[in-house]
Design a protein around this ligand. Structure first.
Ligand code: PRT
Length: 100
């Protein structure tokens, strides 16, 4: 990931980074800790639950900035879950497109 990435490519870049962490499992990576946690996929499911709650609380009490921060945490953990289940960002796009 790089700060010069065009905004419209950020989700693709993030997902590619997550896939690379899954393949290489570098030691200093938070994403690696999600892929290798002793609780297995339950850990990322717990994190998704926490981030969902934090997003809801932010939506209830805040000026908007906190909502965006927590939403980003939520989306990141959702993308990790999709990768863990061997689904891709394109699969998600396809599913959304079927609803147009
Ligand atoms: N987008 C994210 C991202 N969003 C959230 N997180 C981590 O998710 C964790 C969230 O945990 P918690 O909610 O418990 O939060 P916390 O640690 O208490 O802190 P807060 O979020 O409450 O401030 C934090 O450790 C965040 O750093 C992320 N970690 C990584 N990424 C992306 O993934 C890429 C690869 O990261 P590494 O795998 O660490 O190299 C990075 O370059 C980023 O682009």
């Amino acid at each position: 990931m790089d700060a010069d990435t065009p905004t419209e490519e950020v989700l693709d870049e993030l997902f590619a980074t997550i896939e690379s962490r899954k393949a290489e499992l570098p030691e200093d990576s938070y994403t690696t800790t999600l892929f290798t946690h002793e609780k297995g996929e339950n850990y990322v499911l717990e994190k998704l639950g926490e981030e969902t709650t934090e997003t809801i609380l932010a939506a209830k009490d805040d000026d908007g900035e906190e909502l965006l921060y927590e939403s980003a945490d939520l989306v990141y953990h959702l993308l990790v879950l999709l990768s863990m289940k061997d689904a891709s960002l394109d699969d998600l796009r396809e599913e959304l497109k079927t609803r147009f």
